[in-house]
Every structure is written in C-alpha cells, then in structure tokens.
Design a protein around this ligand. Structure first.
Ligand SMILES: [Zn+2]
Length: 327
C-alpha cells in the first residue's frame, strides 16, 4: 500500500483524516479483527462453551460445530467463537445470515467474494452468473437488461436481486458486533440479544422504527485488502445523541456501518446522530471513490424484485465486449 502525497486528492485525504480524528475523540476501538490469507485460526472465548445468545452452557446445549464469528460467506474461515451453541448457530444461519447472503449474493458473485463453496454462483430466472475471481461469466441475460453505450464504452446490466428481509440483514450485522464484543460490555446489550433472538421478524417485543445502515461500495478496482470488523465504543464523555457502539465491516468492494441498537446506556427516545467512520479507501482516495448509501433497514417484510445496475467500463482499452449466444 502506498500514499501519493503529491497527488491532488490530498485534500480529500485531509477531509477523511479530519473525520477520523473527530470520531476518535468520541470513540475507542474495543474489538478489531482483520482477516486475510495469512491469518491464523483464532477462537473467541476458547473453551468457555457458554452461549452468549441463549445463556445455556455445555452439556445442556452442544457446541459441536465451529461457530464462525463472522459468517463464512464473507470470507472468514479463521475466526471462530466458543460462545455460540449449535442450536443458536443454526438459528442465526437460517434467520439472519441467509438474508444477508441474499442481499449481497449478486455483488459477491461479481466481486468474487469467496465463501464456503468457493465463489458463489448466481442463478435466477433471468441470468446465470459465475466468476473465476478475475472473469465474470454472465449467461442468459434478456436483451432488455443490457444497455451498451458506444460513446462512453460502458456496458450496463440490470439484474434482479434475490428476496431478502431488510431487518434480518441489519440484525446479521448486529449479531457480528455482539459476537466480537468484549465480555465486559455484554450486560449493557441484553435487550439487543433478546431482539436478535426473536424468531418472527417484526412481531416481537421490540419495534424499532429506524435502523440506519451505511452501505458503501467502491469501484471494482479499489478493494479492501482484507476482511475487517471493527467495533467502536463511545467514551463516557461522548455526546448523548451518538450511539454507544457501532460496527464497521469492510471487505472486497464493500463497507457496512451500523449502530448497535438497544444498548442500556442509550436513551431510546433521543434522535441518534450517527457519525461515519472513514475507511482506508477514503483515506487513500477521498470520499468520492466510495459510493455511500444510507438505508433504513427496519422493515420486517420480504423485499422482492429489487434491481441493481452494474456498469462495466472498457478497462482493457480494446473497446469491445462480446455477447456469447449460449444456445
Ligand atoms: Zn445458544
């Protein structure tokens, strides 16, 4: 990694550094994990075998499967936890991770995020997409979903996303935060855990009106070098209208930032002000390179048929693209 100090983007670097500096006055990192090909295996709460989610211990509940602290499909196969029983692990996989995987499936295929079964293959009624990591093979796309602009030499492909529940996507991120959270902070998040445990999305005891997710996407050539999860905690002197804890997850071309709801220390009637934690990509290139979207994810209703546009530039300079007729 290098920084080009003579580059004109330095002003943007300053802006990101200023933002980071402001955040660091109010928040401290209490957990931070960085996963890459060289990472060694690590187990949180090793040998403890008391489940953080249902409160039960071995042998009342089993801990036979290795619970991933960050889901496997995000590229983690080194960070595990002994604080999650098999039953809770299975439940969160079905209830939360499946929705997050659905929400990001298409993006993961195109960006080549390796999961349990290698690169995820995307199959729907209107396309089959596969990747080798450097080459994306997109089959059976209806013509109306293709839009080639010969002037700008860009190809735009419209694609429908799989169905997902926004609330479950948000909860999946909060679940990661609770999993990597230091044990001493857990007593403040008992309501958060009860909310994560609710089996029927949206019909439990907690009815949260707004759940803000900061979702960032970088251009395909700017990538995070590793999968990182960072949990930050507000200082005791921090402003009351900022959340006690926030999680930031970055990997491949993506960034996610969420406040951790239902902390005992937060005043739920206050309108929360959520500061953005600048990432390495912001520091290198400025805010302009990371496209940020603020999404309200409180809906417990399945979100069907959402569409995303992917734009491909003429990166190799040959000014060509080829549609291969598979029939
Ligand atoms: Zn459990």
């Amino acid at each position: 990694m290098y920084y080009n100090y003579s580059d004109n983007s330095t002003d943007m670097n300053k802006e990101a550094l200023y933002g980071l500096n402001e955040i660091m006055k109010v928040y401290n990192s209490v957990a931070s994990y960085h996963i890459n090909d060289a990472s060694i295996k690590q187990t949180l709460g090793k040998g403890i075998f008391v489940c953080r989610y249902c409160g039960k211990a071995k042998p009342e509940v089993s801990f036979k499967s290795k619970a991933h602290a960050i889901p496997h499909f995000l590229g983690n196969n080194v960070l595990f936890t002994d604080r999650e029983c098999d039953s809770c692990n299975g439940k969160f996989g079905r209830m939360l991770e499946n929705h997050f995987a659905g929400f990001m499936h298409l993006e993961h295929t195109i960006s080549g995020v390796r999961g349990k079964k290698g690169y995820p293959k995307f199959k729907s009624n209107d396309a089959i997409i596969e990747t080798t990591g450097s080459f994306v093979d997109w089959k059976d796309i209806p013509d109306e979903n293709l839009d080639y602009n010969p002037t700008t030499k860009t190809l735009k492909i419209k694609q429908k996303m799989p169905t997902f529940i926004p609330l479950a996507v948000f909860k999946c991120l909060v679940k990661i935060a609770v999993t990597i959270m230091p044990e001493e902070d857990i007593p403040d998040f008992q309501d958060t855990i009860a909310w994560l445990n609710e089996e029927n999305h949206g019909s439990g005891n907690f009815n949260l009106k707004r759940l803000w997710l900061v979702h960032g996407k970088s251009s395909t050539i700017d990538r995070f070098a590793e999968l990182s999860a960072i949990l930050v905690k507000k200082n005791v002197t921090g402003p009351a209208d900022m959340p006690s804890m926030m999680l930031r997850l970055t990997y491949s071309n993506f960034l996610f930032q969420v406040p951790i709801p239902l902390c005992k220390k937060d005043n739920s009637s206050l309108k929360m002000n959520i500061p953005y934690i600048p990432s390495l990509l912001d520091l290198e290139h400025g805010f302009g390179r990371m496209k940020l979207t603020l999404m309200d994810m409180h809906s417990p209703e399945p979100f069907k048929g959402a569409e995303i546009d992917f734009t491909f530039n003429d990166l190799d300079g040959t000014s060509t693209y080829e549609i291969v007729d598979a029939s």
